[in-house]
Write a protein that binds this ligand. Sequence first.
Ligand code: ARG
Length: 434
Amino acid sequence: MSDLLWQKPGVTVDAAIQAFLAGDDVVLDREFFLHDIEASRAHAQGLARIAILAEDELAGIERELDVLAGDFSAGRFVLDDRYEDGHSAIEARLTERLGDAGRRIHTGRSRNDQVLVATRLWLKAQLARTQALCVEVAGIALDRAAAERDVPLPGYTHLQRAVVSSLGMWWSAWAEAFIDNAARARDTLAWIDANPLGSAAGYGVNLPLDRDHTTAALGFGRMQVAATYAQLSRGKFEMAALEALSSAMLDLRRLAWDLSLFTAAEFGFVALPAQYTTGSSIMPNKRNPDVIELMRATYASVAAARCEIEQLLSLPSGYHRDLQVSKGALFHGFGKGLQALALLPDLLRNLDWNTDRMRGALEPSMYATDLAVDMAREGVPFRDAYRQAADPARWAEGDPAASLLARVSPGAAADPGLEVLRARLVDVQGMSGS
Ligand code: ARG
């Protein structure tokens, strides 16, 4: 490892202690290393604006940061345990290449605000991706809701046959869910869009740092003003982002559940695209829906990440090394969550319905509610109509198309409000940049 930035003369470093301190931290820092470099550039520009760096020093730093970003992306620079962490690696590299200019880069900043700003930029990118994926999912669901609007599907409560439903209703449910999830990602992104750089160790510095410049240069919506709050927001903002992601994961879990039921032979309503199924090692006949099962399980990873961070935050104000542990949880949660979400659009696009099986699962009892409401419309008090309609003798093979056509309550089969959902989708899409 290169010399530790904080090494005191005469104190030897114990390898086991050092390994415990470092953990997998430097490897995790790869995840946001490019953001750390980007923030270092803005910080250097800010230092030049208050004459801590000369213009030629700034030019050298900007050039070397570009080279470092390129080397890192191409695999020519590997961030590994030669360095304590990604933050010190940037300083070591600049010092090695530029001498004094590199030794000046850390003026007025701390690794405490450095890790905050890199994480914050990374979080913004993940939330933008979450938003864009949710928009894509909602768009597919909405298109299919329109295309398959009047196809009958049994509607269940308690997994018991309840009333006639439709593919239009099934799809529009997921459309609206993922519009909400996209909006939540967008709103959370706006909520965390605050620049912590310049808060230093959490107490500011005796320099007139140009925080407005770094805020604008890094594309933040606002400055996180109170230097001590910047540290308090670590973990809190990560949790908010994971909550936004888990909102999508929660719906994905239930969608996956529907599909795993509907593909079972007992239902036989839908066939998954072949790439989304696997075989069995022993049973030659099997096609298993493993992909949707792992999608369903992903909620656990995201919820666990949020929970791990929450457990860390029982701390007084100020920086504590405990906070470092939030990084692994955060990267794992978002890594798993976005990987699952990214597979959803193609899955939905390629679902193949067996409309005969869906229609075959409808039975006369599923028109009983229509019957009771019809009688109530004719003036029979609903509770009396309900009793009469409960009599199986009154049930007959119904017409699903007629049942769906009569379901005129807003949001139901005959009036699904797809244009309202379309307008909301356009609105939430506009901000996602997708
Ligand atoms: N790896 C550290 C973290 O994630 C960086 C900040 C270190 N700051 C410190 N005062 N030791 O928290």
